[in-house]
Design a protein around this ligand. Structure first.
Ligand code: C2E
Ligand code: MG
Ligand code: MG
Ligand code: MG
Length: 292
């Protein structure tokens, strides 16, 4: 057994490390059950269209309502899902749930474009497009109401296969966006070769401090210009202040998202939030002083 093997390897694994490995293994078993017991939930973070100030969409972010540990954030269980081949069933659950939710909101007159996050496993599975359209068809949702978000790491394994699937999604009406652009290893070459429609500028650029505002502004402006040259609209992620929101708007970002606008919220809170914020984020009328 793993325990016996652990006893014979005291020099390799400290008790702490062995405990951590066992905890991960048991978490993986619980996660497998959670997927069928419906313990996962999606929270939604508003996406605002800056030219009008309207909330046009939401990003779906997965959480796990764990029976003992409470509400777990993705950082606490996605690594386990990755390590135990659970990303594909998780992605299928997310697609099914998100499209069901889009249809439910549409029925009460709230048309929202919902973005879901996709990981490397989905691109290499080769069934991403099929899975997405199966979910849309089952829920009776038009493809224009779904966005697929991917990161560069999720396409790194086979960029050509990823690009093909992205093109196919967009041809059939599903928007594709590149997440966390400007962080980590984002390369300009990928921007040129990947057929995306939206570029999400990472919060490490958007979330400037007063001391580096000018440099951050220059970096954001460069990304926006690059996007425009490629026909890609920019979204500022991680907007945490009125000044950051104003700057994103001024620099030509089309969309914004962040704690300053709203934190991710349970689905039940979404209709109320959308109604309450109808015109709250509209641009200031010309001549009005902009608050930085
Ligand atoms: P992401 O897709 O880049 O999502 C944005 C993350 O930043 C979310 O964290 C969100 O709560 C957080 N955030 C939003 N606005 C702000 C802000 O103004 N300031 C700060 N400090 N943070 C902000 P969350 O929900 O913990 O998700 C973390 C990551 O987990 C996501 O990053 C995404 O990569 C991954 N993830 C979440 N849900 C899913 C999912 O359903 N499937 C997959 N494959 N990955 C997911
Ligand atoms: Mg995302
Ligand atoms: Mg992001
Ligand atoms: Mg991220």
């Amino acid at each position: 057994s793993a325990k016996a093997a652990g006893r014979n390897r005291v020099h390799v694994f400290s008790p702490d490390l062995r405990d951590a490995a066992e905890r991960r293994a048991s978490l993986a078993a619980e996660l497998r059950d959670a997927l069928v017991r419906d313990e996962l939930v999606l929270h939604y973070q508003p996406v605002v269209h800056l030219p009008t100030g309207r909330c046009t969409g939401m990003e779906a972010l997965v959480r796990w309502q764990h029976p003992e540990h409470g509400l777990l954030q993705p950082g606490e269980f996605l690594p386990t899902a990755h390590a135990h081949d659970l990303m594909t069933p998780l992605a299928r659950w997310v697609m099914t749930e998100a499209t069901r939710q889009i249809a439910e909101w549409a029925r009460i007159g709230i048309a929202l474009v919902v973005a879901i996050n996709i990981s490397a496993e989905q691109f290499s599975s080769g069934t991403l497009v099929e899975d997405v359209f199966a979910a849309l068809t089952t829920a009776g949702v038009p493809p224009e109401l779904l966005v697929v978000e991917l990161t560069e790491t999720s396409v790194a394994e086979d960029p050509e296969l990823a690009a093909e699937q992205m093109a196919e999604l967009r041809r059939r009406g599903v928007e594709v966006s590149i997440d966390d652009f400007g962080s980590g290893f984002s390369s300009l070459a990928q921007l040129v070769s990947l057929p995306a429609g939206v570029l999400k500028i990472d919060r490490s650029l958007v979330n400037f401090t007063e001391g580096n505002r000018d440099r951050a502004a220059a970096a954001i402006a460069a990304v926006v210009a690059l996007g425009q040259a490629c026909g890609i609209r920019s979204l500022a992620e991680g907007v945490e202040s009125a000044g950051q929101l104003a700057l994103a708007r001024e620099l030509g970002c089309i969309f914004a998202q962040g704690f300053h606008i709203a934190r991710p919220m349970p689905a039940d809170d979404v209709p109320g939030w959308v109604l309450a914020h109808r015109d709250a984020l509209a641009p200031a009328p010309p001549g009005e002083f902009a608050h930085f």
